[in-house]
Design a protein. Structure first.
Length: 64
């Protein structure tokens, strides 16, 4: 069994990090470079949820 935190494509780490900052900006959450453990669970969920939503939309549009 693989670690659920391991990246399938390790080279995508930087792109995902950039994407995280873009989404955070869109939802009005300010992230600083490095550790962001001070943000609320609600804000972290908004960022992660919107990232997933956008990735699903992108995958669905490529399937058409």
């Amino acid at each position: 069994m693989t670690n659920s935190n391991s990246k399938v494509v390790p080279e995508a780490r930087e792109a995902l990090n950039k994407f995280k900052y873009e989404v955070a900006s869109e939802v009005g959450v300010t992230l600083k470079d490095g550790y962001n453990g001070n943000i609320s669970s609600r804000d972290a969920g908004r960022i992660g949820g919107n990232m997933v939503r956008k990735l699903i939309q992108q995958a669905e549009s490529q399937m058409k």
